[in-house]
Design a protein around this ligand. Structure first.
Ligand code: GDP
Length: 203
């Protein structure tokens, strides 16, 4: 399916305020700085028309859930991309933070019948982080289809690459084709992520 345009639907501080769009959704989540905005921008740059907005972070402001609509060339809505707030910048995360993340995740997941796929971003340079394993455990317990992508693989030396990916696969107990190595610098595996999104949402 051809993506014609990407438009900003809105930013919401509370998952209860999310509008009903009637479109399938893909949610993006990961620790702050993992490369989520860069991935969203890299994915949307495949749209044939210029995006109305550049997806960017809003430091200092309350973190929001941002919704973006992808439309086809006839402006018919295809998919909504959901940019969830990044979490836990530091490696160690407090119990309170974990609780907060879990409760907002649960609130979002419970509300969104539209959710078709969850994209969890992890940093390819690091071992699995506790908080990511925790998010994954929540997704598994709720039976949400997910895909784990390892970001910034362009930063890895060729000699580190396979070992890092294998370590993440083992630590997070992922299927053999995950984590999907991704780089927004080189665009590596952008088409594969698109295919996964469109398979999950458009069928
Ligand atoms: P977010 O907080 O998850 O939205 O992260 P950003 O997308 O803002 O990226 C955080 C930092 O990592 C920025 O300095 C980006 O330039 C850098 N970054 C993001 N993706 C990549 C990537 O694929 N390769 C490299 N080398 N740097 C990246």
């Amino acid at each position: 399916e051809d993506v014609g345009a990407v438009s900003f639907i809105g930013g919401y501080e509370d998952s209860r305020d999310l509008p009903a769009t009637g479109l399938p959704e893909v949610a993006f989540l990961g620790r702050s700085n993992v490369g989520k905005s860069s991935m969203l921008n890299s994915l949307q740059s495949r749209a044939s028309e210029r995006a109305e907005v550049r997806i960017s972070k809003t430091p200092g402001r309350t973190q929001q859930i941002n919704l973006f609509r992808l439309s086809d060339r006839r402006k018919r809505g295809l998919v909504v991309l959901v940019d969830l707030p990044g979490y836990g910048y530091t490696r160690s995360i407090s119990k309170e933070d974990t609780k907060k993340i879990r409760s907002f995740l649960l609130a979002y997941l419970r509300k969104r019948a539209e959710l078709r796929l969850f994209l969890l971003l992890v940093d390819s340079r690091l071992p699995a982080q506790e908080v990511d394993a925790d998010v994954l455990a929540n997704l598994r317990s709720m039976d949400v289809p997910y895909l784990v992508a390892a970001t910034k693989v362009d930063r890895l030396k060729a000699s580190e690459r396979d070992a890092n990916l294998a370590r993440l696969r083992e630590e997070l107990q992922l299927p053999s084709w995950q984590p999907v190595p991704f780089s927004s610098m080189t665009g590596e595996n952008g088409p594969l992520l698109w295919r996964a999104i469109s398979d999950a949402c458009i069928g």
